[in-house]
Design a protein around this ligand. Structure first.
Ligand code: C5P
Length: 224
């Protein structure tokens, strides 16, 4: 087991974990793992290769040439074979395909060590679905963020709009429900809080309130 500290933030899409994780990582000066981006990059690579079937996706997952670079917004730019795919992987289609491939145990196994390699000093904030349950079961702080599907669809709508993507809230709600059902219902590493996770419902909270609350829960409330 590594002695490098890890804080895990798991939860469904739109729960706020991405933004909260990047803010927390930047305040602590720790590394940040956006594990969803790895599944999305795989979906993107598979799409480019014309692969839609998960057996072949595991092969692609093993050879994925992926790199992350710090982005000006505090998040990370995602490079596949040196090409910037940061924005390309944010579509709902890419998320849905990622979620299909993510249900395959061979895909998850192929991506496991790649995620664990992010655990480097001085610490790691890891964002995903199974960070606290499977990838970093020994993490010292585990947070599970959730929110109603309706609130998450609205948040997603706003987020996508800022990126110039205009999906209707009704359609996003449908996609979110479908993705939740697949992520929660799969046999391998289903989306669920770790037994020792703190669960926080963010439906009625602003982003600032969520960040503040998570900081308090992990004991870093003095950071500003
Ligand atoms: O978090 P994000 O929406 O980018 O993740 C895309 C998909 O990747 C999720 O719906 C989920 O199926 C999959 N995923 C996963 N395990 C993770 C992170 C993401 O299965 N740790």
């Amino acid at each position: 087991m590594s002695s490098v500290p890890v804080i895990t933030l798991d939860g469904p899409s739109g729960s706020g974990k991405g933004t909260v994780s990047t803010r927390l990582a930047s305040k602590l000066g720790w590394h940040y793992l956006d594990s969803g981006a790895i599944y999305r990059a795989l979906a993107h690579a598979a799409g480019l290769a014309g692969v839609m079937e998960s057996g072949a996706a595991a092969e692609i997952a093993r050879g994925l040439q992926l790199a992350f670079r710090p982005a000006p917004d505090g998040g990370a730019a995602v490079l596949l074979d040196g090409a910037d795919i940061t924005d390309a992987i944010r579509t709902e289609e890419c998320g849905a395909l990622a979620s299909r491939f993510a249900a395959d145990p061979a895909v998850r196994e192929a991506l496991l060590q790649r995620q664990r390699d992010f655990r480097q000093a001085p610490g790691l904030v890891a964002d995903g679905r199974d960070m606290g349950t499977v990838v970093f079961p020994d993490a010292e702080h585990k947070i599970y963020l959730t929110a109603s599907a309706e609130v998450r669809a609205e948040r997603r709508h706003k987020q996508l709009k800022q990126k110039g993507i205009n999906d209707s809230i009704a359609r996003l709600l449908e996609v979110i429900r479908e993705r939740d059902a697949r992520d929660e219902g799969r046999e391998t590493s289903p989306l669920k809080p770790a037994a020792d996770a703190i669960v926080l419902d963010t439906s009625d909270m602003s982003l600032e309130e969520v960040v503040e609350s998570v900081q308090q829960k992990v004991g870093y409330s003095s950071l500003s």
